[in-house]
Design a protein around this ligand. Structure first.
Ligand code: 13P
Length: 247
């Protein structure tokens, strides 16, 4: 089964109209592999800006959303608002949401259900912390996180699973291609046992954590690595190299 390569950029809380505008111009003018789904995760306040300036062949994602359509939730944004800006994706469960902002598995599950019901695609993030890897419980942690997401998904065609080991995020310590492949393979096994073989074979499982132009090709050559979620390097022209990792 061939899965279309998927490369997400997560701009996090970086950039301004000037620098993001320059990045967008670089992307719009670049030669990119047409066999890759590319989605840029913009800060909420720049979703409209990103969507109106990025070429239509690139998707845009919000970096978070709340679990209900509207109401008295100061500071939050809803999937309905994201869609109103012409944006079709949302990143949920990112480790910074989990560990800096204290989001629980339960809340991430509720957000996933509501975003999908609202018609957004979801890039659902999971990943173990360093002490969990060193304690030998990587699988237990990522399976538990995946279960909460899976319990809230009806249509897996709208979900991309992002494995982002927390120790590799923003640290310059990329997981080795073997480490990434091992976890991706186990996740596919979990999906096969707990969801279905068809879902296990079709869901894109992407890797995130210090991916660069230098590390992307070998990672992309792994059987179960179906793309990337890129932080720091997604703000640089180097992002184009990562999109083209399979070319
Ligand atoms: P870095 O690529 O900066 O390590 O960030 C990864 C990430 O968190 C993407 O969501």
């Amino acid at each position: 089964m061939s899965r279309k390569f998927f490369v997400g950029g997560n701009w996090k809380m970086n950039g301004d109209k000037k620098s993001l505008g320059e990045l967008i111009q670089t992307m719009n003018g670049a030669k990119v592999d047409p066999n890759v789904d590319v989605v840029c995760g913009a800060p909420a306040i720049y979703l409209d800006f990103a969507r109106s300036h990025l070429d239509a062949k690139f998707g845009v994602a919000a970096q978070n959303c709340y679990k209900v359509p509207k109401g008295a939730f100061t500071g939050e944004i809803s999937p309905a608002m994201i869609k109103d800006c012409g944006v079709n994706w949302v990143i949920l469960g990112h480790s910074e949401r989990r560990h800096v902002f204290g989001e629980s598995d339960e809340l991430i599950g509720q957000k996933t259900a509501h975003a999908l019901e609202s018609g957004l695609g979801v890039i659902a993030c999971i990943g173990e912390k360093l002490d969990e890897r060193e304690g030998g419980i990587t699988e237990k942690v990522v399976f538990a996180q995946t279960k909460v997401i899976a319990d809230n998904v009806k249509d897996w065609s709208k979900v991309v699973l992002a494995y982002e080991p927390v120790w590799a995020i923003g640290t310059g310590k990329t997981a080795t291609p073997q480490q990434a492949q091992e976890v991706h393979d186990k996740l596919r096994g979990w999906l096969k046992a707990n969801v279905s073989e068809a879902v296990a074979n079709s869901v894109r499982i992407i890797y995130g954590g210090s991916v660069t132009g230098g590390t992307c090709k070998e990672l992309a050559s792994q059987k179960d690595v179906d793309g990337f979620l890129v932080g720091g390097a997604s703000l640089k022209p180097e992002f184009v190299e990562i999109i083209n990792a399979k070319m």
